[in-house]
Design a protein around this ligand. Structure first.
Ligand SMILES: [Cu+2]
Length: 168
């Protein structure tokens, strides 16, 4: 089913940019400013080969701190202290033909660079481990956030080309 969706999106050129964000488990924010507090929205685009999603565990990379989860009706999220790296939602089930979003607020590191999030999706039948690193041509890419320097973000804003990160 996923392959069909990807194939269809390639034929419809104007939809290509949005299509990759709708499928998979993806991160809505592509870039954010170093050192800022940033809302991260993880979107679950489908289940596990047709099976409904019942749990989602997001592992934060080392450099991120002070994460808070956003309450989500119909789902519980495991309590996590300041040092916790894993955030686990359980609930749903979220049917394959629907999508949903899971939100975190995090403090980003001061250093620019790519941050990779491992996401484990569990379903009524089966699971999907979204953990493949950027540059590997796999079927289960891990969501990635590009941390940009504050200076570069300010410069981009001044020229009207701000990175898609300002969701305060
Ligand atoms: Cu997909």
């Amino acid at each position: 089913m996923m392959q069909k969706l990807i194939f269809a999106s390639l034929l419809a050129a104007p939809l290509v940019i949005g299509a990759s964000a709708q499928a998979h488990v993806s991160l809505e924010q592509k870039a954010a400013v170093a050192g800022s507090y940033q809302k991260l929205t993880f979107r679950v685009g489908h289940g596990c080969e047709g099976s409904a999603t019942t749990a989602l565990t997001i592992t934060l990379p080392e450099g991120l701190k002070g994460a808070k989860t956003m309450p989500k009706p119909g789902w519980t999220v495991a309590p996590a202290g300041a040092a916790a790296r894993d955030f686990s939602w359980k609930g749903g089930p979220l049917p394959d033909e629907q999508f949903d979003e899971f939100n975190l607020l995090v403090k980003l590191p001061d250093a620019p660079g790519k941050q990779v999030f491992r996401v484990l999706q569990q379903c009524e039948k089966g699971r999907a481990d979204w953990s493949e690193l950027p540059g590997t041509a796999g079927k289960f890419p891990a969501p990635v956030l590009e941390i940009v320097p504050a200076d570069a973000a300010a410069a981009a804003a001044a020229t009207g080309a701000a990175p898609a990160a300002h969701h305060h």
